[in-house]
Design a binder for this molecule. Structure first.
Ligand code: NAP
Length: 845
């Protein structure tokens, strides 16, 4: 939670300038960019320089740009607000007058107590003395400007004349350690004009004193014990006891910069507190003074919303991607929201009875469009596509029909993908003469035609058949059809040519004229089997011409989904109305259901028909152009099949949304929750179990008979997770040794959630209460760390449940805040050792 920001340049040069600290780097080597500013305004006088800057800072947030020559009077910077930090960079080409004008323009937008960091070369008009003179002329406080030695001048705009400040130069130095104390340090302070009285005990402390606490090495923690102090002091500060309390963390007591830093802090402590000087915590490193700031962690915040918004898509090659990727629709109703997404962050093992296939071609069906547009309710919108042609890459146990390398056509949801696992029953070998493109569009078309005409329609030799929209995939597949409808003259002509059908047997599917014409042509007998995909009045017209005892097989969805009505009249002729939806049957097939599986294998024989000079017209789209295929299908202008295809030898770059990050628990590890099952640790135990943890162990002080713990254990019965219920005191090292050896399998991660509250204002807190509250946090955390280390355990995580109290110093929680600030520092300490650790500063739950 605590971060020390470099008070110098943060965004100007990304760390390339001398003296500028580069942005922090996370353990996995990704840059952590934390923007702690409200606005970042870039000014340049040249267009070229400006566009260069914009390029460098293209990803910088809350940035505004201005083309302006600040060396020209009276140019003013366009900003409604003043700036807390201005970094002018001069080149040697500016003369003294221009520098003066520029500084004057800059000063006009610098806030009270704002900082000015002037970057320029060491020579020429940029020398400290020269800059000081200009600053003084412009009303800048001369004493507060200094050079960093590389030509950079740092100055602070101050309304006060520092010479007028009367400092009390008497200080009392308390040492709580034995020995002489830091004599050279005190001598240096004396040299700076401080009169020092030394005490080794607190008896010299008078109420309402201003106190500067000096400690060592909290910024890069090597001794976390020292970090118990900041939490306590933050509470003391927020209890407003009338003490002005400041802390300074120095690099080392004997460091040559230490006296300088102490001197600066003492001066600050002696001055009245103003809004601009309300900081109370400082750290000195190499002569630079840092202050802590709480900044939003952009990466963490984004991660928090990932489960809702998903991760940012990354351009990747579908061909080389080893994890499964599938097309889904993220916002039903719009083709624009089609999105490929990674389904899991690692390749899943092939299940028993399944095969894994790599997909090269996938057929596009109206159902995919219907799901995308929300016409089909309750459909799985994350796995579009239902048929494909591919090569078997892996087979699971129990599959002997296929081996890797077999060419197969499959019919299964989620086929707009790079690879997919399917039950072996839904895969069929592709005849040698058939290409991937043809094979990918056959399963649905043939299955619908055969299942519709023969299984549901009971079609027999010599009967009359009406196929609506016959230039579609299903219509084409119904090869022995009799009457057909088609939407346009072009499509009707196509049917005539392709199947040598007399023109008077092809009707328009856009008007109800076919009803009258077919009745005429059949001498009023009607049609024995109708494969219908027309809607509304056209559906009604079809239903009217079903012959006595005939069947209308509805393969469309719209009227069914809209719950429209059907006239009963045709039932008086013993006609049947049957609906065909492959989805439920597919589910049945998945469960080894017999009927459709047989039809599918029957249809695979018919595929040969599709190769004997009768192959269907087809339009090809790349996987990345799937939206174009959908748009074409929506206009109903296509003929035959639409397919997505990719060349196995050519990269197919597609934006893919990475799989959500998931917690992965090892099956061979126990995860230890210290703090029983009553509170947060109980909730975490359930959460861990729900997310796949198989072995947990809880450590409680007082047992598990209480109602909360029993409630947690009741839920555990259904989660398939084993939990060891252990008793022990985390503050006792021997208990922890016993516990680490008691778990059924070795410990692979720990959560330290032990807490004892002894809330009381600082002035009334006893030493005993302080230790009672802090022991489980300080000694307990040490014990967990030491025992894990000595057992040489490879922990996946070492999480301590700390509190926001350590950061803000809740009144009356000095002891608790102290224990928690120790825990915060302890996480940094472990990082320093190269070990995993995380302190979570929880607020009230
Ligand atoms: N709840 C909140 O609002 C909140 C806010 C910020 C931070 N947190 C942090 O979250 C963690 C869990 O809080 P919680 O609300 O769940 O607390 P809780 O319900 O009081 O649970 C804390 C547990 O710690 C156990 N414990 C105390 N001393 C122990 C010792 N020496 N050895 C072993 N176990 C010991 C207690 O066990 P027995 O009952 O058996 O003694 C108790 O069940 C704590 O670390 C706390 O600092 C909580």
């Amino acid at each position: 939670m605590k971060s020390m920001d470099d008070m110098r340049c943060r965004k100007c040069c990304q760390g390339t300038s001398p003296g500028c600290k580069p942005p922090a780097v996370s353990p996995n080597n990704k840059r952590i960019v934390r923007n702690g500013y409200v606005r970042y305004h870039c000014i340049s006088k040249g267009v070229a320089a400006m566009s260069q800057m914009q390029e460098v800072h293209s990803g910088t947030q809350r940035t505004t740009w201005e083309l302006l020559d600040v060396t020209q009077a009276p140019d003013s910077i366009s900003s409604p607000d003043k700036f807390d930090l201005v970094i002018p960079k001069f080149t040697d080409s500016e003369n003294a007058d221009q520098a003066r004008v520029a500084l004057s323009n800059v000063l006009a937008v610098l806030s009270e107590h704002g900082k000015l960091v002037i970057l320029r070369s060491q020579d020429g008009v940029g020398t400290l003395e020269y800059t000081r003179r200009i600053l003084k002329d412009l009303g800048f406080s001369q004493d507060l400007s200094r050079s960093l030695g590389d030509g950079t001048v740092v100055a602070e705009l101050s309304g006060e004349d520092s010479k007028d400040i009367q400092l009390d130069n008497k200080i009392t130095c308390f040492r709580f350690t034995d020995g002489e104390g830091p004599v050279p340090l005190l001598d240096s302070l004396k040299d700076k004009g401080w009169v020092i009285e030394s005490h080794s005990k607190a008896e010299g402390l008078t109420p309402k004193s201003n106190v500067l606490v000096i400690d060592e090495l909290q910024m890069d923690v090597t001794d976390p014990e020292q970090a118990a102090a900041p939490g306590l002091l933050r509470t003391v500060r927020s209890e407003e006891l009338g003490i002005r309390l400041m802390t300074l963390d120095v690099q080392q007591y004997t460091g040559h910069q230490t006296a300088q830093a102490i001197d600066q802090c003492l001066r600050l402590l002696s001055k009245p507190e103003t809004a601009a000087r309300k900081d109370s915590e400082f750290a000195e490193r190499g002569g630079v003074i840092y202050t802590p700031r709480l900044l939003a962690d952009q990466g963490l915040n984004e991660a928090k919303f990932e489960p809702v918004r998903g991760r940012e898509p990354q351009e990747e090659d579908l061909r080389t991607k080893k994890t499964p990727v599938c097309l889904g629709v993220e916002r039903v109703d719009t083709i624009e929201s089609l999105q490929y997404a990674e389904l899991s962050s690692s390749p899943p093992p092939v299940q028993e009875g399944y095969i894994e296939v790599e997909i090269f071609t996938a057929g596009v069906n109206f159902k995919d469009l219907a799901i995308t547009l929300g016409i089909v309710a309750n459909a799985d919108t994350s796995a579009l596509g239902c048929e494909a042609a591919d090569i078997v890459t892996q087979v699971g146990r129990g599959v002997d029909k296929f081996i890797p390398g077999h060419r197969v056509a499959v019919m299964f949801p989620g086929s707009f993908a790079n690879r997919i696992q399917v039950p072996w029953q839904v895969a069929h070998a592709i005849p040698d003469a058939l290409g991937f493109n043809e094979a990918a569009t056959l399963p649905v078309a043939y299955l619908t035609a055969l299942h519709g005409l023969f299984d549901l329609g009971n079609l027999r030799r010599g009967q009359r058949v009406l196929i609506h929209s016959a230039t579609g995939g299903v219509g084409n597949a119904a090869a022995q059809l009799y009457f057909r409808t088609a939407g346009t003259d072009e499509k009707r002509q196509f049917l005539q040519n392709r199947y040598s059908i007399p023109a008077d047997h092809i009707f328009s599917s856009r008007t109800t004229d076919f009803e009258h014409k077919i009745m005429q042509l059949t001498n009023g007998l009607g049609v024995d089997v109708i494969l219908n995909s027309l809607t509304g009045d056209l559906l009604e017209a079809s239903w009217n011409i079903v012959a006595n005892g005939g069947t209308m097989v509805e393969i469309g969805k719209k009227d069914i989904m809209e719950r429209n009505r059907l006239s009963m009249e045709s039932f008086s002729r013993c006609a049947s109305f049957r609906a065909l939806d492959l989805s439920p049957d597919l589910a049945n097939l998945h469960g080894q259901g017999p009927a459709l599986g047989q039809t599918l294998s029957r249809s695979s024989h018919s595929w040969k028909l599709g190769t004997s000079g009768q192959s269907f017209p087809m339009q090809n789209f790349a996987f990345e152009a799937v939206a174009d295929a959908f748009v074409l299908m929506r206009t109903a202008k296509h003929m035959g099949n639409l397919v997505l295809s990719r060349n196995p030898d050519v990269p197919a770059h597609i934006p893919i949304r990475p799989a959500p990050k998931a917690v992965r628990f090892r099956p061979d590890a126990t995860y230890l929750l210290v703090g029983g099952l009553k509170g947060i640790c109980g909730s975490l135990a359930i959460d861990f179990a729900k997310n796949g943890a198989e072995q947990l162990a809880a450590v409680s002080h007082s047992g598990y008979d209480d109602e909360q713990s029993q409630g947690v254990l009741r839920q555990f019965r259904h989660l398939g997770c084993h939990i060891d219920l252990l008793l022990g005191d985390v503050t006792k090292l021997e208990h922890m040794w016993k516990i680490f050896n008691e778990t059924s399998v070795p410990i692979g991660g720990t959560v330290q959630g032990a807490m004892v509250l002894r809330d009381r204002p600082f002035a009334k807190t006893t030493v005993e209460e302080y230790y009672e509250a802090t022991a489980c946090k300080i000694q307990g955390t040490w014990n967990l760390h030491n025992v894990a280390l000595e057992n040489k355990l490879q922990l996946d995580f070492f999480t301590v449940l700390s509190s926001i109290s350590s950061v803000i110093g809740n009144p009356a929680q000095g002891n608790y805040a102290s224990g928690c600030s120790f825990q915060d520092a302890f996480a940094s300490y472990r990082h320093g050792l190269g070990l995993p650790a995380c302190a979570v500063n929880l607020c009230i739950i």
